[in-house]
Write a protein of this length. Structure first.
Lengths: 231, 97
């Protein structure tokens, strides 16, 4: 074993100060170095897999939503079998059992994993830090309206909230409602409205114009897109 | 441990989660144990995670249900719509028979 507790691990200096390895970090480094030493995997392969994982954003999930908004038959297939619908668009999701939950005028869906941080990474990329945090995981199940309000999403009391705890083998994604004022938009334009947070259910897609005072309809013809990774 | 691999419950059945506290790796959160809900869908059958965590094969696979619970029945003093629900995946061996 060549792991040294003096080497700062990834992410350990988030606050800018030195922190020693935790028990599990040390175990991970030790195992990784052993696997490399014994030739089971290479450092390059590990670095490549990590880079690919980091580079992945929510674009695939957003593309599925945009397709569902434009094609009702695709939407039906997606709600019946989320994994098959992902593969239909060419996204490989080996082992993923995806359930897509549709927002309606009477129901809003929000996803959590109270036990750890289960998340459809193949479609949405890495989960945000808050998704893995204890406050989100413990609070969104028992006071979802308050938590959503803290995200800036006020859900009217006449709209029921469905919280989905992905506590076992399924993974979840929200199909948000298509915002008004997007008639005639094409698939990439629509996908640009669908942020990661919309797919988790802590936000809903909004037109850039609707964030402030309403703008004239003609402004909608050349929408500016928010960077989906930014939120 | 149930030995049957077939699903004993159907969509719409009211079921109650066992109130138990076994040691080890368990995928049934504490907060839902002892509560009753309605089967929303049947997800298929999966190896028992409690057995997998002990390096065993987890077979026979356990039917896995999505069960819908009313928030007001789960959390005392829940604030929100009476229609608010929480849904979890519950393995068959965690359902009272």
């Amino acid at each position: 074993m060549t792991a040294r507790a003096t080497k700062a691990p990834r992410g350990a200096q988030r606050s800018g100060r030195y922190e020693p390895y935790s028990y599990f970090q040390l175990m991970e480094v030790s195992l990784r170095e052993l696997l490399v030493e014994k030739g089971v995997v290479s450092e390059d392969a590990i670095a490549g897999a990590m880079a690919a994982m980091r580079a992945r954003g929510p674009e695939r999930g957003a593309a599925m939503v945009a397709r569902a908004w434009l094609d009702p038959t695709y939407k039906s297939r997606m709600l019946a079998n989320g994994s098959a619908a992902a593969e239909e668009l060419g996204f490989e999701v080996p082992g993923l059992r995806l359930i897509v939950m549709e927002n309606t005028p009477s129901t809003h869906n929000v996803i959590v994993c109270t036990l750890c941080s289960c998340y459809p990474r193949m479609l949405l990329g890495l989960p945000p830090e808050w998704y893995k945090s204890r406050p989100y995981r413990s609070r969104v199940v028992r006071e979802p309206r308050k938590v959503l309000a803290e995200f800036g999403l006020k859900v009217p009391s006449k709209v029921a909230i469905r919280v989905h705890d992905s506590n076992a083998d399924m993974r979840y994604m929200v199909l948000p409602m298509r915002p008004a004022g997007t008639d005639g938009w094409n698939e990439p334009q629509l996908a640009g409205l669908v942020t990661r947070d919309c797919l988790i259910g802590v936000a809903v897609p909004r037109l850039p114009a609707s964030r402030g005072s309403p703008k004239p309809a003609k402004a909608l013809k050349s929408p500016k897109f928010r960077n989906p990774r930014k939120s | 441990m149930t030995t049957s691999t077939g699903p004993l419950f159907r969509i719409g059945d009211r079921v109650r989660v066992r109130k138990a506290a076994p040691l080890g790796h368990v995928r049934t959160p504490y907060y839902i144990r002892g509560h009753a809900g309605v089967v929303e869908r049947i997800c298929g059958a999966f190896p028992n995670p409690e057995e997998l965590a002990q390096q065993r094969d987890g077979l026979p696979a356990q039917p896995l249900y999505r069960v819908r619970f009313r928030q007001r029945e789960v959390w005392p003093g829940y604030r929100g719509s009476p229609n608010d629900v929480i849904e979890l995946e519950i393995f068959q061996h965690w359902i009272e028979t």
